[in-house]
Every structure is written in structure tokens, then in C-alpha cells.
Design a protein around this ligand. Structure first.
Ligand SMILES: [Zn+2]
Length: 603
């Protein structure tokens, strides 16, 4: 697809018309041997440059055709060579911010927009119905989600489709259908000297970030994933510049409370010793880091397991997704501006998915609103850095959310109520833990009587869920579940609490698992005309999820095959379990899942 200087190009006009002139003067100082000069795949440079190449080439050809075809060819080659060098001097360094809204289907965006509009209209009655969320402004198509093993993917296969640019089986973390490791976008970027990072709200060892930074046969091998990520346990022996999220339990020795490791290794210390990594574990520690590359690589482990839902975060000392993303953009942006160092950064709103698994509409919507705030920040970064691209996509839909719900056999009304969501201040996960803690008695207190428990349920639901009209059946059920204890009733309690909100909001759910739905695909390259053209040509429309990864590979000029070769040369432990089928889907926690962590498996 590379344009031939002599044969002309297959340029596709940008929908906005015309080819914007981009001022790249601030990026012109790099030497020809720097990283930004690496040939960047199949993509074109600035339109203006391409057009001057073509017209010069054609003039040379026509003129010298009268005298000597040989001379024309020689001169044409010289012109092309000169222009190629010029292109390397003037093209701004490239970077991709790859954003994943895990488990977010099209309806999730509709409902989040409805909610945001409701909330804003309460503050400002002139808010128009045409109000847009940041993502709305960059919708370009949709992504299909199926894996190689099922029409309904899991997050591991979904992320592997992006990271390795190939389909694999549900549970696969950057391995092929034959359970062989496949090189990832992030690894290939690192090998070229690019800066790299993963910024997530799940455990950093969870499926999506793992599929960019580790290789295991089955996603549940999270202790091993942690070793791949920060302890040099793959043949590439590297650590991404930024690994920010939750999941400390997979990095700390087994005798430390909360650890799920089976050995005495402290991977935080190993990362510091092997890679000189800086380890931070709270919002304050992250905020105290200098906003430059001096601390890299940075391992941020802000919670034992997943980080808090955004709606619960005020009760913790954790940074928000926006806090982490802002740090990443400051540091990687500085490297881009000062040293022309390209980067690949993956940012995931991981728990949009978890809340949908829980059928918790408020936690789902608030995490998606936060994700959109990050999108706005990233878009601003793209505007300020021509040559950078932001892509946002989901790996799959979770929950089968519907805006509108039939509650009785009678024909339903056409409505849903965002004001119900606006009254919620905590996730169902938080409320369940609170009710169970009270039921168990605190400290030396005896467990409450049934009447005390009923009273506590009423006040707690009113305080945290904003519901003051519980039915007798709901109150009876919540009280019985709480007194029955967390070990037996966690899942049923979560269902009951989610229904308290969803029924009143008239939001429906069809599953605690994933669905086969196509998901929205978003991309934005700012005013850089050639970038915008590449996006429209190669991402617009309805695409396979692998096409999204393919775009990144080509845009950044990444060589995944050579990474795969190095991985195959080993040694590389892919862990056990192989293609074992996970058991979480179907409404019951899988064996061994702790109530504090994977209620529905969150896969
Ligand atoms: Zn997912």
C-alpha cells in the first residue's frame, strides 16, 4: 500500500474535505538516526509531501522520456531518496494510545450519555439533548468480537486479538490456538525503543493488560503473568515503562497478608533490582513522582486485587483512572516532545466490565463516565501532538444491558429513569460488604437481631442506593441474605442489590456474562490529515477485532513476527490449565473465588 513516488498514490479524500496543513516545526530537530526515523509500516506521511513527490516524479518521467528512460529512472530514484530523507526529518513522531472500555456495549454508551445529560440538565436546564460524550465525537464504526473458540469471547481472547493481531481461544493470553506464544504490539514497540505502558483499574495481571505484557496458556495463571510482566521471565526480559493498576496480591510473598502467591518471592523488589523500577502503592505516592522519565519504569500497585469502582473510590487512597492516565501522558508526552520517542500506551477502563458482570448499573455507568473523562484528556493530548492516534474499543459487551425493561406481563412503558442512578452513591459490591459486616457483628458486638438487621438494611439502602421505598419482599430477602452470611450468600446478595436499582431505573440485563454483540469502535488522529485518512481507510465500518490491532501494528511500524520468533526460542513458561473451560459463566462463582474478588469470575 506504500505510495510509489512515480506511479502516484491511491489517496482517499478525508471526509472533512481538503488536506489540512500541519505545522510540524516543533518536531523538526530530531536526528535522522533517532527512533522516530524508523520506517513506519505501510502508512503514508503528510499529504502535502506525498503530493509533491508524485508531481515531481511525473514531471521527471515525462521530460526524460524524450531522451532516455534510463536517465529518468536514475533521477527519479534520486528524487525519491531525497524526499524519503526529508520525510523522516519532518514527520512528527508517532504514538498510539490504545483505550479499552472492557465490557462496554453500544447500549452502555447510550445509557451513560442519557445519565450524563440528565445530571447536567439538573445543573443547567438549557443542556441540549444533542449533548455529546467525549467518545461520541470519534465514533467511526464497530468491531466484531468473536474468538476462535466461541461466538462469545472472553477478555483474554479479545485482548489477544488486539495485541497479537490474531484470534485465539477463550482464556488465551497472547498465545495462539496451538498454545504457542505470539509477539504483542507492546513488546514489538519496546524492541524498537518506543516507550510503553499499561494503565488499568483491574489487577495488572488481569486478562487485558496481561495479553499485551505476558504469555500464558490460561488467564488464571496470574502469579506467572506477574513474573512475565516485571521479573524478566520471558525471553525478551523487559518490563513496560508503566505498569499501573491493582493486583498487588500476585506480587507479594505468601506470608504477607492478602498474598495469593505460593512462594516467597517479592516481585516488587525483583522489579526494582532487575529493571531499577520505582514502586508506588497509593494515590499520594503516584502524585509525588516527578512528571518526567526519571522514575521509569514505574510499577504502580494500588490495591490488593482490583482497584475500587469509581463510585466507591472516595473511600480509598487509590488514584482514579484519570490520575493514572494523566501521569502516563505527562511522562510519555515529555519523551515524545523532547526526544521524539514514540510510544504505545494501553489504557483500560477495566471495571466497566466487572460492574456489568455484577448487573450493577450505577457502578457501570460511573466507571464509563470516568472513562469518558480520560478520553477527553487523551483527545486533547492528540490535538497537541500531531502524529498521535487514540483508539477506543471494547473487547466485548457484558451483561446484555437494555435501556427499558418489561416489569409486568402487561405491555411495557417506553422509558428508563436516570434519576434512579443519580441517587446511588456506592456500588452493590460495597453495600453487600457493608450489610454482611453488620450482620456478622463488629468487634465484640453480638450479631444483630432480625429487627435490628431489618432496620440497618432500610437505612443502608437509603443511604447508599438512594431507595426509600423497598418492598416488603425486598426487605425480607435482603435481611435473610445478610443474616445468612457472606460465604453462603454473596452472589445472591449482589443480584438482589442490583435488582433494587435496575428495576426502579427500568434497566434490563440478560446475563451475568458476556454477549456476542458488536461493539463501538472509536478513533481520532487530530487535525493531522494523513493520520485521519489512514484511520478512515483502515478502521471505518464494521471490522474484525484483529483489524484494530493490525492498524496499530502498521501505524507504528511494528514487527510482531520477529518477536514471536524470539519468544519461541525460549525458555518461556506458559503455565498450566491449557484450554480449560472457565466455570464462572452461569451465575455461580467459580470454585475458589473469594467473595472479595471475583464474584462472577469477571472474565
Ligand atoms: Zn473483557
Amino acid at each position: 500500500m506504500e505510495n510509489s513516488p512515480l506511479l502516484g498514490s491511491d489517496q482517499v479524500p478525508h471526509p472533512s474535505g481538503g488536506n489540512a496543513s500541519v505545522n510540524t516545526s516543533s518536531f523538526d530537530s530530531g536526528a535522522t538516526h533517532d527512533i522516530a526515523s524508523h520506517p513506519v509500516g505501510t502508512y503514508d506521511d503528510d499529504d502535502a509531501e506525498s503530493m509533491s513527490v508524485n508531481s515531481n516524479g511525473r514531471r521527471s518521467l515525462w521530460f526524460y522520456a524524450f531522451a532516455s528512460i534510463l536517465v529518468a529512472a536514475v533521477l527519479g530514484s534520486i528524487v525519491a531518496a531525497v524526499v524519503l530523507v526529508t520525510k523522516n526529518h519532518t514527520h512528527p513522531p508517532r504514538a498510539v494510545i490504545f483505550m479499552v472500555s472492557d465490557g462496554c456495549g453500544p447500549t452502555s454508551m447510550t445509557v451513560a450519555r442519557n445519565f450524563a445529560q440528565y445530571r447536567q440538565s439538573q445543573a443547567d436546564p438549557t443542556t441540549p439533548v444533542s449533548m455529546q460524550l467525549p467518545l461520541d465525537t470519534m465514533l467511526i464504526g464497530s468491531s466484531r468480537t468473536r474468538s476462535s473458540s466461541s461466538l462469545v469471547t472472553d477478555s483474554a481472547a479479545g485482548a489477544t486479538a488486539f495485541s497479537c493481531v490474531q484470534k485465539s481461544y477463550n482464556g488465551a493470553v497472547a498465545v495462539t490456538d496451538e498454545i504457542r506464544p505470539c509477539g504483542t504490539l507492546l513488546e514489538a514497540a519496546h524492541v524498537l525503543g518506543y516507550r510503553t505502558g499499561v494503565v488499568v483499574t483491574s489487577r495488572v495481571t488481569h486478562a487485558t493488560p496481561a495479553a499485551f505484557t505476558a504469555h500464558v496458556a490460561h488467564r488464571d495463571s496470574e502469579n506467572l503473568i506477574a513474573e512475565h510482566q516485571v521479573a524478566g521471565a520471558t525471553p525478551l526480559k523487559f518490563m513496560a515503562d508503566l505498569v499501573l493498576g491493582g493486583g498487588r496480591r500476585h506480587f507479594i510473598p505468601r506470608d504477607v497478608p492478602g498474598s495469593v502467591r505460593t512462594d516467597d518471592r517479592d516481585l516488587r523488589i525483583e522489579a526494582a533490582e532487575i529493571f531499577n523500577a520505582t514502586v508506588v502503592q497509593s494515590a499520594a505516592e503516584l502524585a509525588a513522582l516527578p512528571r518526567d522519565a526519571s522514575s521509569l519504569p514505574v510499577l504502580g500497585l494500588f490495591s490488593t486485587s482490583d482497584m475500587a469502582y469509581e463510585v466507591d473510590r472516595p473511600t480509598t487512597d487509590q488514584p482514579s483512572l484519570a490520575d493514572m492516565a494523566a501521569y502516563a501522558l505527562d511522562v510519555l508526552g515529555g519523551e515524545l516532545r523532547d526526544h521524539r520517542t514514540p510510544f504505545f500506551l494501553m489504557i483500560e477502563g477495566s471495571r466497566i466490565d466487572h460492574a456489568a458482570h455484577d448487573n450493577d448499573p450505577a457502578a457501570h455507568i460511573y466507571d464509563l463516565i470516568m472513562y469518558n473523562e480520560v478520553v477527553a484528556m487523551v483527545k486533547k493530548f492528540v490535538d497537541e501532538h500531531p502524529g498521535t492516534v487514540v483508539i477506543s474499543v471494547s473487547d466485548h459487551e457484558t451483561g446484555g444491558l437494555s435501556g427499558g425493561r418489561q416489569l409486568t406481563p402487561e405491555y411495557p412503558e417506553y422509558i428508563w429513569y436516570p434519576e434512579v442512578i443519580a441517587r446511588v452513591s456506592r456500588s452493590t459490591f460495597f453495600v453487600a460488604a457493608d450489610l454482611f459486616a453488620y450482620a456478622a457483628g463488629s468487634g465484640s458486638d453480638a450479631p444483630p437481631s432480625e429487627i435490628e438487621m431489618r432496620t440497618y438494611v432500610l437505612t443502608t439502602i437509603e443511604n447508599y442506593q438512594g431507595v426509600s421505598d423497598l418492598t416488603m419482599a425486598e426487605l425480607d430477602n435482603l435481611t435473610t441474605l445478610a443474616l445468612g452470611g457472606q460465604a453462603a450468600n454473596q452472589a445472591a446478595m449482589m443480584v438482589a442489590l442490583g435488582e433494587v436499582i435496575s428495576v426502579r431505573a427500568e434497566l434490563g440485563w440478560t446475563t451475568h456474562g458476556h454477549t456476542a454483540a458488536d461493539v463501538n469502535l472509536y478513533a481520532y488522529g487530530g487535525s493531522h490529515a494523513a493520520t485521519a485518512r489512514d484511520i478512515m481507510r483502515d478502521l471505518a465500518g464494521n471490522r474484525e477485532n484483529t483489524d484494530v490491532g493490525l492498524f496499530v501494528r502498521n501505524y507504528l511500524g511494528l514487527d510482531l513476527a520477529s518477536i514471536t520468533e524470539r519468544l519461541l526460542a525460549g525458555p518461556l513458561d506458559l503455565g498450566g490449565l491449557g484450554k480449560a473451560i472457565r466455570t464462572a459463566v452461569g451465575g455461580q462463582p467459580r470454585a475458589g473465588a473469594s467473595p472479595e474478588t471475583a464474584l462472577w469470575g469477571h472474565n
